[in-house]
Design a protein around this ligand. Sequence first.
Ligand SMILES: [Zn+2]
Length: 256
Amino acid sequence: MKKLNYLSFLFLTTLLFISCGEAEEKNETIDITEDTEMTDQQAEWDDDVTLTQAERDALMPADVVAEFQGGNLRFINDSLTPRNRQARREATGSAQYPTGMVLSCIDSRVPVEEIFDQGLGDIFVGRIAGNFADEGMLGSMEFAMKVAGSKVLVVMGHESCGAVKSAIAGVELGNITGMLDHIEPAIEMTDENFSEDLRSVDNEEYVLAVIKNNVLHTIDEIKEDSPILAEMVEDEEIKIVGAYYDVDTGAVEWLE
Ligand SMILES: [Zn+2]
């Protein structure tokens, strides 16, 4: 009996020892994984930097357009840059040096920073239904470009724009009526190329043409109504470019 007890004791002790060993080993494995994850995350974050004023000022407008194009490709490929938001908040807390500004519609399917893979402090964004430029938006653009030193202004329309469709349909409701007046010139531009029976919200080709003409018209208006921005374009300090966003594919088409 005594011998059996002794053997049982040995057996249990061995079991306990093995169990502890396994637990320690597991703990070590977990620690190693966590360390690796931290290192990987830090490595990813190292790619996420905000530009200094000197770095931003040294950019040419074409460099900024190339970054917008690259960012959109990353968005389409679902490989957005991992953001170190805390570091970005610390870096931009006292000053900002955005590379560009995007004028876009308010549509929920057009999250501008995400579409171009831009982080906190990288770009200015102006949003209004139908992406037109009224006095307030023109002032905002002059601030972004002339005062804050951004290099590129993107005017971006998008597929299935409710504001443009409403303007085509002649919707009248509260303040929406006056807002839609800003899209009228684009409709008139488009009507030149479509016979009366084809000018309808049900004609996708027509709607698409109005959306793109609205972008081009807005760019013309910006240059006409803002001598400050027109002169900056003339002096090649900044570039104003048109864009069209496809809500199905996520792709941005650049308009000439
Ligand atoms: Zn829209």
